[in-house]
Write a protein that binds this ligand. Sequence first.
Ligand code: PMP
Length: 427
Amino acid sequence: SDDLLARHRAVMPHWMPVYYGDDALEIVSGQGRHVTAADGRTYLDFFGGVLTNMIGYDIPEINAAVQRQLATGVVHTSTLYLIRQQVELAERIARVSGIPDARVFFTNSGSEANETALLMAANVRRSNQILAIKNSYHGRTFATMAVTGHRSWSSSSLSPLNVSWLASGDRLRGRMAGLADGDVVDAAVDDLREVLATVTAGDVAAMIAEPIQGVGGFVSGPDGLLGAYQKVLGEHGILLIADEVQTGWGRTGEHFWGYQAHGVTPDLITFAKGIGNGFALGGVVGRESVMNAVPAISFSTFGGNPLSMSAGVAVLDYLLDHDLQGNAARTGAVLLDGLRALDLPIVGEVRGKGLMIGIEVVRPGTREPDPAATVRVFDECRAGGLLVGKGGLYGNVLRMGPPLTLTEAEARDGLSILTGALSRVDA
Ligand code: PMP
């Protein structure tokens, strides 16, 4: 795809990242957990388009649902008319949300979902003061960039919101350095109280948090951290927004939503990525009293369109019918156990839950990040026929979020390619 890469570079802005440099990949077809590229090679996909291909490629049930809609001749007219699949998906999501009396609003992306949640919170609390967590990623719209905790991901140092930062993003790293979970939670709560002392706490609209930081390198706080936060937030009426764009739909294996590991019920949950299995679909599900507080009519031309909604209903039904959360727990354990058993000096922490797994690549025998070695492992994986992601705060985390339909045999295949790639770079 050399020629296509040159054309891409000639017409796209320079800040759009493309994996594999001059050897960029054009994926032309997919089947199950495998994709075929224009170079003629087939790859096992452990990244799923950044945790977006949640069910797999070319899934008959999803294809049929979308094709049924296409056969009507209507791709979309307007959400000003009733859309049956929109109501059906909203009913299902309200049911699985864990939020009583939930209302659902659909968007096209995770950024728009978070933008909407921030807007709801700001409206109901009459304030644009938001608490966000360091090293977070919440999107690329103006407000979501403002709560994105790492400058190189936020594209702008200007902010339409008044944001106070919680250092717990850094404290999570303290946890990796061996701090006990209880101490991390206590320190994080102290930090929250300190931040609230610098503002008028009653004026803060909301805290937004990822149950596991995704772009930040699959970093999770101790279970219960958000619960400890919510106790303090509740004293001041501050709302909690859980960004489940990466952690939702059973990916973590142990729970349907990432927030459930924390003993909280968020006021608002945002979702996107996997629920469309590739179709543009995001949204917010939240408490009726918050979701209905927006005084004006708010509308999205494409959010809730029949094609995405048809896909979403089929995805959610497939997910629940096939217990993919259980499968994520089982196949995730194969990967986590296998990776943790590797005795390689360049492997730092192996972390994650279910099928959301990160491998930290470090200078041998230290905890120092080694982004250059990370790229070498990443390239070796591709050479071996495996697609993974990379990222993290220091660019030294290999990220894996395969479709939740991953089989045990595929997990072992991927594990063996990873082991080979890590060993070759370690040598
Ligand atoms: N929140 C989280 C946790 C994400 O990981 C992302 C995307 N990486 C977003 C929000 C933004 O979603 P989108 O790219 O669909 O706008």
